[in-house]
Design a protein around this ligand. Structure first.
Ligand code: IVH
Length: 673
């Protein structure tokens, strides 16, 4: 009998090790080796065997990740070493000041090369895990830094947190405290809120609150249903292990089988740190989770000890926060801008203000209904927001700061450019100038025509186009193709060479793809994407003209509104006339666009490090334009990792997973090739 029990124990151990390994590959390494069904089969056989021998269930068994009983209230956990908070800096100057203090306290010169570890500052909930002899025995929140809440039952349900550390044949440390951040991924957060809204429940304000709300549940079954994730960045108390640098701590955490904060850099100079900060600020929106800055820590642990702590934060580390995406400023005036399709929209002229690292002077007010709804007045102090690549917008006025001098925004009844009476179609929030030869509309439509996503005429920007119109050298976009260098010599700041370049660029644009041409001619409601949709269905502009509206409507993604816009566009005489002139000038459509355009179809790319020729969003756009996909983390499903200068941990991961890495040069070749 005892023999038999030994065999069962052995079998259980084997199953648990296997499942733990596959959990690790799936949730930590993001590179599963088993099909779901194979994994389920393993898990079921463990469940079955444990049901037969309940006395043999151990706390590190993968079955113990779920199913613990609810607790009545959270117990209190005293942290052996206080969980400190961080001092903050907001600018490069303030960061340099931090560095100066570090070097001074260490008795070094400012130019001395102090090694720093720079990593993401995750916007989550900080926690501490305690492993004894390799087994997870406790998980707690930071609380006030000295005492937190015992959330062990919930921590255990987090997929990427192992119940048992990997020891690779070595004895695990008898005690180790590992600290990090529990987070909710942005897309999971959106899904959670959508579900809650549908169920009539209150929604969470942001991913951080969702993480906190999910972790602070009495019933672990609720937490288990929330896809929480966790990244770790520090080791507290540890027995049986000697570490000398912060970087080693990170490596150790990773070796033990936990996720470490992705994107980190061992910096040998201040320039390295600044470069890392700039790169991360640009990459911020591409990450699957929220961050609010970069944390910089002195690498050498002896230095950390000698620098010591202020009351609640260490002198050896600092949080360098991103400049906020919102700021307040004075709304000096509102102008009404006439767009390419005649839409007249309000634009706020602001007292210049820095937002998310950029100076902002103008912001959109969207439309008159928005102005009304937000109750904005000229002279108001307003909150302005700018996130990622989107156009800055006025969020709201701070009415408590009003002096009584503020002026109500008047909505124009006539076009501010040509004076035509504006029309506001029923059900629309926007007034339009009905005059198709309104100079503003003409200028905007030619600017759109020449833009990168349109005919891509390099060197022909708004300034040149407006001058050409003012000097009467052109009347519409097609006229561009009839220009000669001598025509341009009347323009300001024009020389032979510049004029020749512009003419060459115009000539060079004569062979667009069908989708670029469709986009360029500026049909209302037809943006880049729908232009591509139309280009896959038709072979020429004429075919589109010849297609009845009902047939257009039937095309997937087109629908009645767009079909009506297309129909309307080609019924306008000046549009067809312009197209005729365009084709007479020799504009022809480049064939075989689809195979060329979609050459990255089915391929997944990851970008790491700084690229020279592209910003991250440009590189992403180039890939997506060709049918490829960009993801933020490397997995076995990644096809290419494009490696720029100062690559992050994604580069190491790519090597570890044998994913193909390519340089920026090779990437450019692929695009061209
Ligand atoms: S280190 C003594 N590293 O930021 C060092 N903290 O403002 C203490 N945080 O309480 C923390 N990402 O919750 C560190 N990479 C990171 C972090 C990080 C986020 C949080 C942490 C801490 C707070 C301090």
């Amino acid at each position: 009998m005892s023999d038999n029990i030994e065999t069962v124990k052995e079998k259980l151990r084997e199953l648990r090790d296997k499942i733990n390994y596959h959990n690790y590959m799936y949730y930590v390494k993001d590179s599963p080796e088993l099909q779901d069904a194979q994994y389920d089969a393993l898990y079921d056989s463990l469940l079955e065997l444990e049901a037969q021998y309940p006395e043999l269930v151990t706390p590190d068994s993968p079955t113990q990740k779920v199913g613990a009983e609810p607790v009545e209230e959270f117990g209190v956990v005293e942290h052996r070493i206080p969980m400190l908070s961080l001092g903050k800096v907001n600018t490069k100057e303030e960061f340099l000041d931090f560095h100066r203090k570090v070097t001074e306290s260490l008795g070094l010169s400012v130019s001395a090369g102090v090694e720093y570890v720079a990593e993401l500052k995750l916007d989550g909930l900080s926690v501490e895990l305690v492993y004894e002899n390799g087994i997870l025995v406790q998980g707690s929140t930071r609380g006030d830094g000295y005492r937190g809440e015992n959330v062990t039952h919930n921590i255990k349900t987090i997929r990427s947190i192992p119940l048992k550390l990997i020891n690779d044949g070595n004895e695990p440390p008898s005690l180790i405290e590992i600290r990090g951040e529990v987070i909710y991924h942005k897309d999971d957060f959106e899904k959670l809120n959508a579900q809650r809204e549908k169920a009539g429940e209150s929604t969470f304000a942001n991913p951080r609150n969702a993480a906190a709300g999910s972790l602070r549940q009495l019933d672990p079954k609720i937490t288990a249903n929330r896809p929480l994730d966790a990244f770790f960045y520090d080791i507290g108390t540890v027995e049986g292990l000697t570490l000398t640098t912060q970087w080693e701590k990170l490596q150790k955490i990773s070796e033990l089988g936990l996720k470490t904060v992705p994107e980190r850099k061992l910096c040998y100079s201040i320039e390295n740190v600044v470069g890392f900060f700039d790169r991360i600020e640009e990459l911020r929106d591409d990450l699957s989770f929220e961050i609010d800055g970069v944390v910089v820590k002195v690498n050498n642990l002896d230095y950390q000890v000698s620098l010591g702590e202020l009351s609640r934060s260490p002198r050896w580390a600092v949080a360098w926060k991103f400049s906020p995406e919102e700021n307040k400023t004075l709304l000096e005036n509102v102008i009404w801008q006439v767009g390419r399709t005649g839409a007249v929209t309000p634009v706020a002229l602001l007292k210049p203000v820095r937002i998310a690292g950029v100076e902002v002077k103008r912001a959109t007010l969207h439309n008159e209904d928005e102005v009304e709804r937000k109750g904005i007045r000229i002279g108001d102090t307003v909150i302005v927001r700018r996130a990622g690549d989107v156009i800055p917008e006025v969020v709201k006025p701070l009415t408590e700061l009003r002096t009584g001098e503020e002026i109500i925004i008047e909505v124009p009844t006539n076009c501010p450019v040509c004076g035509s009476e504006l029309v506001r179609p029923e059900g629309e929030a926007i007034r339009r100038c009905p005059n198709v030869s309104c100079p503003a509309q003409v200028a905007e439509s030619i600017i759109h025509f020449a833009s990168k996503s349109g005919m891509d005429i390099e060197g022909l920007g708004p300034r040149q186009i407006i001058q050409m119109l003012e000097k009467n050298i052109i009347k519409d976009a097609a006229d561009l193709y009839y220009l000669e260098t001598s025509d341009l010599m009347f323009m300001e700041r024009m020389g032979d060479k510049l004029a020749q370049n512009i003419i060459d660029a115009i000539k060079g644009s004569k062979n667009p793809t069908l989708s670029s041409l469709i986009y360029a001619i500026g049909i209302r409601n037809v943006g880049e994407h729908l232009a591509k949709v139309l280009a896959t269905k038709f072979n020429s502009i004429q075919e589109i003209i010849d297609t009845p509206q009902e047939e257009l409507e039937a095309i997937h993604e087109i629908g009645p509104i767009v079909a009506e816009s297309i129909h309307h566009f080609f019924n306008e005489h000046h549009n067809t006339e312009m197209l005729d002139k365009l084709f007479k000038a020799g504009v022809t459509i480049k064939v075989e666009e689809s195979s060329e355009e979609q050459k990255f179809a089915g391929l997944t790319f990851v970008l790491t490090g700084a690229l020279e020729k592209f910003t991250r969003s440009e590189a992403k756009a180039e890939i997506e334009k060709r049918g490829g996909k960009v993801t933020s983390s490397v997995s076995k499903n990644t096809d290419y990792v494009v490696v720029g200068t100062d690559p992050g941990s994604k580069f190491d991961k790519a090597k570890a997973l044998n994913v193909k890495t390519i340089s920026e040069g090779e990437f450019v070749e692929m695009i061209k090739g």
